[in-house]
Design a binder for this molecule. Structure first.
Ligand code: HEM
Length: 427
């Protein structure tokens, strides 16, 4: 194996956070070392925005790599706003932003209204009801692979759980789950040629994917209006409950946000978890030795390490100073959670994967503030249940090749992860 890059090997001027090939496609260790260089440097590093064929290039952005800076920005949503776009450095047309981003790209009071309505689906009671379903689905997933002794952990294990849960929650029929999976890949994988091969038609591919998904949800909303059930679509479109409801367009956008925000993230956390246990057998042993005691900290550590959402953006609404850097209205900042989750000011030996890490103040689910991940509790339960199922039934599951990574600056994704394990018996 080649030696791991260190901060002294990397010239800060050689780092370009906007370049997929020269930065994001490089080995993970290089990325970590590069972010260490940026974090240790003065002020806030500034980058030109990526050049996209279909959108004008904006003025550039500052990169936040320290946990304290990201917490400050997240906690001050009146100054660091989301409404100009939270999921990419480049400005998108406003209709596009809201259609694909729903409330993640909004500020109060619109954000507060939407969050209030959709939170109905994420109460502790709803979550408890869902947990039973999560366990059933996790058991079924392991049942389907256990006798073969090998599979692709992404397609056969990690991707299936969050997708099934969100679709069940919303009331999407099983026959449409595959369609939702493929469409989500297009929306989040636009920078990866495997999902969108025609680079000149990225916008069209995105528009088609969004329209197809919206049609599916609008159709279901119509059916539920006539005959409500206890699914989320019925709850969110029925004004009888609490007097507020989503319009059909708001519902379609929220669903797109849910499948995108809830699927890829949780699936990648689970895939990275399997990969991490392969590379750190002593951590697997520690976890197996005390499954109940270690699972809560192990789940947090997987999310810290994986940081499935690499960054979110904010735009300045008024002047501010951050880490000694003066920021002006309309300046953009990218909050690199991925880098903050390795900030030595907050984590002992941040480079260590430690399933018993405590405290673990990671911000993988976002910084504290109004946009903190709506699905964090659900994601934690899904990861918990999936690993309990794996570690009790196929405890030696391990990767047999390096992960095939998603080419993306936004999602720390794994596309394929071949795994093997001692076969067992389906329940
Ligand atoms: C490991 C899994 C997950 C990770 C790492 C993750 C990460 C994040 C992050 C970083 C944000 C913050 C956005 C911001 O501050 O601008 C966020 C927001 C959000 N997440 Fe998650 N998420 C995960 C799972 C889920 C799940 C399972 C769901 C739903 C089923 C979900 C739904 C959402 C929604 C709706 C928002 C927007 C909240 C708002 O703008 O008010 N997430 N997530």
């Amino acid at each position: 194996m080649s030696a791991q890059p260190t901060t002294t090997d990397i010239d800060p001027a050689s780092i370009d956070l906007s370049d997929i090939e020269s930065f994001w496609a490089k080995p993970i260790d290089y990325r970590h070392a590069a972010f260490d260089v940026l974090r240790e440097g003065p002020g806030l590093p500034f980058y030109a925005e990526p050049q996209l064929a279909f959108l004008p290039q904006g003025p550039g952005y500052y990169a936040l790599t320290k946990l304290d800076d990201i917490v400050t920005a997240s906690r001050t949503p009146g100054v660091y706003i989301s409404g100009k776009g939270a999921t990419g450095a480049v400005d998108q047309p406003v209709e596009f932003r809201e259609f694909y981003g729903s409330m993640i790209n909004m500020d109060d009071p619109r954000h507060a209204r939407l969050r209030r309505i959709v939170s109905r689906g994420f109460t502790p009671k709803m979550l408890d009801a869902l947990t039973e379903n999560v366990s059933r689905v996790a058991t079924r997933i392991v049942d389907e692979v256990i006798e073969s002794g090998e599979c692709d952990a992404v397609a056969d294990i990690s991707a299936r759980l969050p997708l099934t849960i969100i679709c069940d929650m919303m009331g999407i029929p099983a026959s449409q789950h595959r369609f939702v999976f493929d469409t989500t890949n297009v929306i989040l994988g636009v920078q990866d040629p495997e999902y969108v091969p025609d680079k000149d038609n990225i916008i069209q591919a995105l528009l088609d994917a969004g329209k197809d998904m919206a049609d599916l949800v609008r159709g279901l909303a119509k059916l539920r209006a006539e005959k409500p059930t206890d699914d989320l679509i019925s709850k969110l479109t029925n004004a009888e409950i609490d007097g507020e409801s989503l319009t059909p367009d708001e519902l379609a956008s929220f669903f797109i946000l849910l499948v995108v925000a809830g699927n890829e993230t949780t699936r990648n956390a689970i895939s990275w978890g399997i990969e991490l246990l392969t590379k750190h057998p002593e951590q697997r042993a520690a976890w197996l030795a005390d499954l109940d005691g270690v699972t809560p900290t192990a789940v947090e550590e997987i999310v810290r390490w994986a940081s499935p959402v690499i960054f979110m953006r904010r735009t300045l609404a008024e002047p501010a100073v951050l880490n000694g850097q003066r920021l002006e209205p309309d300046d953009k900042v990218l909050m690199f959670y991925w880098a903050a989750n390795r900030d030595p000011a907050h984590f002992d030996h941040p480079e260590r994967f430690d399933v018993r890490r405590s405290p673990n103040p990671h911000i993988g689910f976002g910084g504290p503030g109004p946009h903190f991940c709506l699905g964090a509790h659900l994601a934690r339960r899904e990861i918990t249940v999936m690993f309990r199922e794996l570690l009790t039934r196929i405890p030696d599951i391990h990767a047999t090749a390096e992960p095939t990574r998603l080419k993306s600056a936004f999602i720390n994704g794994i596309k394929r992860l071949p795994v093997a394990f001692t076969p067992g018996v389906a329940k």
